[in-house]
Design a protein around this ligand. Sequence first.
Ligand code: PEP
Ligand code: MG
Length: 589
Amino acid sequence: MAAQPELELSGIGVAPGIVFGPALVLPADDVAPPDFAIPPEAVEHETLRFERALLATRRQLNDLQTRVSLAMGTESARIFEAHLHVVDDPSFVDEIYHDLRAELRNIESITYRVAERYAQALQQMEDDYLRERATDIRDVTRRILRNLGGGGSELVGSFDAPRVLIARDISPSELAAYDRSKLLGMVTELGSLTAHTAILARAMDLPAIVGLRGATARVPEGSAVILDGARGVLVVNPTAERTAEYQRLARGQQAIQQRLATLKDELAVTRDGHLVELSANIELPADADMALARGARGIGLFRSEYLFLAGNGEPTEDAQYQAYADVARKIHPEPVIIRTLDLGGDKLLADGRAHTEANPFLGWRAIRLCLDRPDFFKTQLRAILRASAHNPRVRIMYPMISSAAEVTQANALLAECKQDLAAAGVPFNAAIETGVMIEIPAAALTAELIAPHVQFFSIGTNDLVQYTLAVDRGNERVASLYDPAHPAVLQLIQRTVAAGQRHGIWTGVCGEAASNPLFVPLLLGLGVTELSVGPGAVPLVKDVIRHIHLAAAQDLAREALALADGAAIRSRCRDFVRECAPEILELAG
Ligand code: PEP
Ligand code: MG
C-alpha cells in the first residue's frame, strides 16, 4: 500500500509538549435530538423523566468533581461547580418546564432548544469568561440528554491504547472524564486560549491545540500524528525524517522543562543585576497556590470579577473580604494587586437576564459600571481595604480607565470607605496603594495627567492592543491583525512608562504579552519593571529574564521603536531571544 502523504495543519497551541501517536477522531456530538409532538397527558411523564435525568446528572457531576479534585486538585475540579450551577439554575429549569407545557414537544427537544437559547445569548457576550459559559451549558445539556436515554455514550474507556484525541469541541467535563494515561494529546476545531478546556489541558499537562479548523475531516481515524503543543502544529502521516526531527525536539523540550522547574526559588534578576518584579495573574483565590508553586513573587492581577461569576450571584462584602484576605495572607509579605470588578454589569442584575449592547467592548463595563453604582463599588472597596489589614502590600487597581476624572472619582469613593471603616474601628492599611490599568489608548496618551493620582500603572496589553488597532481580541478572523508588537502599541507603552517615571511611579504589564518570552526583553527594555503572567508562564519568563542584560534590552527597545512594522519588530525580538536564550524558543513556539 502506498504511504499516505504527509499533511501539516496548524491551530492555536495552548499547552506545550510534543507527542506521537494514533489519532482518535470523535464525531461531532452536538446535533439536535429528534423533535416530535406529545399529547397534553404525556407532560407529567416527560417531567418525571426530566427530573430523573437531572438527578442522575447532578450525581455524575458530583462524582466527577470528587474524582478530578483528588487527581488534579480543587482548582481543576472547579469546572464542575459551574456545571452544577447550570443544573441548579431555577430559571433554566423553569423555562424548560414552561416550554414543555406551552409547546407540547418531547422533553429532549425542549431541553436542547432552551439550552441553545441560553448558550447563544452567552456567546454574544464581550467577556471571554461569559462566552465560555456557553460551552458549560452545552456540555451539561449533552449529559442531561444522555441521561434521558437519547444518543451519545460516555467516552471514557472507549479505547485501550493511548491516543491523540481529535474532536470538533471537547467540553471540560468530557476531557476530565478521560483516563489521562490513555490520552497523549488533544486537538479541537473550536476553542481559544482562555477556554476552560484549554485551562484544564494545561492543568493536566496535556499537550493541546485548539482552533484547528477542519481537523476532524482532515485527520483520518487511526492515522499516525505528531502534535506539537507549543507551536500549535499537527503533522498527519509524518515521514520518517519528520518523526526523527520531532523526537529530537521532544527530548530537548523535556530537558528544558526539567531545568525550568529548578528555578522556582531563584530571583527574576537580569545578568547585569536588575531585579524584575515577576508576579502572577490569578482568577480565584485557589490559583494563588499554583502561582507560588511556580515561583511567582506576588500577585500582579487578581481578576476579582471571577468571584462574581464563579459563585451564586453577587458575593457579600464578607465573602469578598474572605477571598481577598485568603490571598493576602498566602502571598504576604509580597504584593497582591486586586483589580476591581471588570465586567459588563448586567450579569449582576437580580433577574440575571443578559442584556445586549450594540458595542459591548465599548459599553458599560468595569469602572464605568462601578462609578454608576457607588454603593455596589464601595462594598468591594471596603472588602479590599479590610483585607489590607492582613498584608500591607495589598493594592487596588481600577480597570478600563479612560480619564483622570474617573480615577479621582474612584479615589473619592475609596476615601469615603476608609472613613467609614475608621469610624467603625475596623483595621485596614490607610496608606493602601492604588493604581490603574492602562488598557485604553486615551489612558496611555494622558498617563501624565493620571499619574499624580496613583502609585502605579499596569498595562493591559490584551485590551490595549484591541483598542489601539481596532481589532476584536476574541475574533479569529482578524487574529492576524492583533499585534502586540505594532509600533503604535510600543509607542503607547513607552509614553506610559515615561509619564510614570516623571512622577516617580512604576509601570508593569499584566496583559498576555508579558507571558510571551519573545516580548519580555522588549518590555523590560521599554522601562517596564514588573511583569505579571499566567502562573504556568512564570518559570519560562523568569528564565528569559535571567539570561538577558537590561542594557542590551534597552538597546533592543530603541531599535524596535525605530522599526516601521510589527513583523520587523517581532523578528528582531526573536533574534534577540535566540542570541541570549536560544532554548526558550523551543518552548515559546
Ligand atoms: C488586559 O486587558 O490586558 C488585561 C490584563 O485584562 P483582561 O484580560 O482581564 O481584560
Ligand atoms: Mg483588560
